[in-house]
Design a protein around this ligand. Structure first.
Ligand SMILES: Cc1cc2nc3c(=O)[nH]c(=O)nc-3n(C[C@H](O)[C@H](O)[C@H](O)COP(=O)(O)OP(=O)(O)OC[C@H]3O[C@@H](n4cnc5c(N)ncnc54)[C@H](O)[C@@H]3O)c2cc1C
Length: 413
């Protein structure tokens, strides 16, 4: 009898961890557009050089054994009637008996003119590389005798979106730039702004951790502009609107972390959706209309998960365990399970020296919290083998940030 075919689309927190849970259970294929996983919560530390690429972006070839067939390519279409998945540059569509949808979200530019063309998103390794290079190039362009006010003007960076990403990114960028100023003996200081259209930053975050976040923004000299909407982005400036007044500001770069939108492949699926286009799933993670199709992570609306977990890696990671178990049960004709998902605690990186951690309702911050963040995340990395290698590297080789050196040194360093 032929083995059942399971196709998993998307190799992030939902897809990769489902694949690891299903390895060997059937003929399992994982399809993803990149050749590596990204542990997104530490992309900020990758930007600052506190961690290396191999720590947070291991290749699937290293994580998956022969029990999972990895297919690299962009999924362009899913046919739920024909039970097939079309992958760009692959002649034959992949057929499945059970399908797991885990394509995650994409940067949402909210239709702001110029935003997609001129700003830098922050979801992938190459985005962090591009941002780091842009910061270095901007620093390299400043002549040593430029007056301080002109230096500040030339080194103004805007971060659009005051969610956790905006805070983590802006404090990291500001600390890195300020350190570079000292090393290069530049006059004045850099300027990092967070532009947030709501009335406060990190709206979803609990009060105990918020105190640390607000203090960190002050300590890192990040300028916070709430109730400020970005209405246009140009090649070297952006236009903001605040209190009905528009203003154009020259910038060295704009980083866009202003929201997440649904993957177009998911938008095209003719199935029931919740607000914002998320796929409605049953408590077993099955699609309402297709018992052999499971969805999880940022694209799925799971009715019983606490709202605070929506759109988080910790939800996708926990759902992956349920998805793997239920796909096996479905193929074996057994009863499927439901599960209550827990809040596993929260941690935010705050500049290059500090972090804040919320666990068991209590928050703590500072350099110790930064160490705790590294320890906590070591345990969340995929596979024991990878965890051990990375844990040993962080313990023995350290996690100091890598300064923003002139471009030639950056490349050779
Ligand atoms: C910078 C950043 C920091 C974050 N920090 C935290 C944090 O601290 N804590 C937390 O809980 N959450 C955090 N998140 C959110 C978290 O990353 C997501 O909630 C989580 O990754 C969702 O998992 P997922 O499997 O649904 O999607 P993803 O992990 O995004 O995985 C989707 C996968 O699908 C692939 N893909 C997309 N489209 C296609 C296609 N057409 N064809 C093939 N493959 C495709 C992608 O390359 C990716 O591998 C952060 C997100 C970002 C961007």
């Amino acid at each position: 009898m032929s083995r059942k075919r399971i196709v998993i689309v998307g190799g992030g927190f939902g897809g990769l961890f489902t694949a690891l849970g299903l390895a060997g259970a059937a003929d399992v294929s994982l399809v993803s557009d990149e050749d590596h996983f990204v542990f997104t919560p530490m992309l900020y530390e990758y930007l600052s050089g506190e961690v290396e690429e191999w720590h947070i972006a291991p290749r699937y070839a290293e994580l998956l054994n022969d029990n999972v067939n990895f297919v690299q390519g962009c999924v362009t279409r899913i046919d739920l009637t024909a039970h097939s998945v079309t992958v760009e540059n692959h002649k034959q569509p992949l057929s499945y008996d059970a399908l797991v949808l885990a394509l995650g979200g994409l940067t949402n530019y909210a239709g702001v003119p110029g935003a997609e063309q001129y700003s830098i998103p922050f979801r992938k390794i190459q985005h962090a590389d591009r941002l780091r290079q842009t910061m270095v190039e901007a620093l390299d362009r400043v002549p040593p005798d430029l007056p301080p006010q002109d230096v500040k003007h030339a080194l103004t960076f805007a971060v659009v979106g005051g969610g956790a990403s905006g805070v983590e990114l802006s404090t990291k960028m500001s600390d890195l730039l300020r350190d570079a100023f000292k090393r290069r003996h530049l006059p004045g200081e850099p300027r990092v702004l967070v532009l947030e259209m709501g009335d406060k930053v990190v709206p979803g975050m609990g009060e105990p951790i918020r105190e640390y976040v607000e203090q960190a923004l002050i300590d890192s000299h990040v300028e916070l502009h709430t109730l400020t909407r970005v209405v246009k982005v140009n090649a070297s400036s952006l236009v903001t609107e605040h209190g009905g007044k528009q203003e154009e500001l020259d910038v060295a770069a704009v980083v866009w972390v202003g929201g997440v939108r649904i993957n177009p492949v998911i938008e095209q699926l003719p199935v029931s959706k919740h607000g914002r286009g998320l796929l409605n799933v049953l408590p077993t993670l099955q699609l309402v209309e297709h018992a052999n199709v499971f969805a999880l992570g940022d694209i799925a609306y799971y009715p019983d998960a606490a709202p605070i977990l929506a759109g988080t890696a910790q939800l996708a990671f926990q759902e992956a365990d349920l998805a793997a178990g239920n796909v096996k049960a479905f193929l074996a004709g057994h009863e499927l399970k439901k599960r209550q998902f827990e809040e596993l605690g929260e941690t935010v990186s705050l500049g290059t020296e500090k972090a804040a951690v919320l666990t068991g309702g209590k928050a703590f911050g500072g350099p110790l919290a930064r160490q705790a963040r590294f320890a906590l995340y070591t345990a969340r990395l995929p596979t024991w083998h990878h965890r051990l290698r990375v844990g040993a590297s962080w313990f023995f080789e350290g996690t100091s940030p890598r300064p923003l050196l002139p471009l030639g040194f950056e490349r050779s360093g």
